[in-house]
Design a protein around this ligand. Structure first.
Ligand code: FE2
Ligand code: FE2
Length: 148
């Protein structure tokens, strides 16, 4: 064989969510900063479970994540209102659904019926898709209104 097969990387070593401008920027710096902070919290939850096996700390971090995500959503919704963003109702409805999903997941974790991998797996898709689709859609409207 002329080349060696790439070593498969164990799940614990895979970077959880590397925020990059190219993949995740929504073109409004205050919201990019929020998203980076939320991404860092999600990565911390992943590390706490996978490397430290500390479920109690992971639960506390998950509570913080839900709290900070709600504050971020409130901020986005107030700016969407100010700039009269056409899709703000659908956007706010998705925010509410995401918070409900996260709370339901936290309940399951508290109940003990969730594996250490299930929470990071949930978080991998939970908010990122929303940032890359719904949040990116508001970019043009906000930038037209002077936000950067
Ligand atoms: Fe967002
Ligand atoms: Fe959003």
């Amino acid at each position: 064989m002329w080349f060696s097969k790439p070593r498969s990387i164990p799940e614990t070593e895979v970077p959880f969510f590397d925020w990059t401008s190219e993949d995740h920027s929504v073109g409004v710096s205050v919201f990019d900063k929020d998203h980076q902070r939320l991404a860092a919290l999600m990565s911390q939850i992943h590390t706490t479970l996978q490397a430290k096996h500390d479920r109690d700390l992971a639960k506390k971090l998950m509570e913080t994540l839900i709290h900070e995500t709600q504050a971020h959503f409130d901020h986005e919704e107030s700016v969407m209102m100010n700039v009269d963003y056409y899709e703000r109702e659908a956007h706010a409805a998705e925010h509410a659904a995401l918070i409900q999903q996260a709370k339901a997941m936290l309940q399951k974790v508290h109940g003990g019926g969730v594996s250490a991998l299930a929470l990071p797996n949930f978080l991998k898709t939970w908010l990122i898709a929303h940032i890359q689709t719904m949040d990116r859609k508001y970019s043009a409207c906000m930038r037209r209104n002077g936000l950067r």
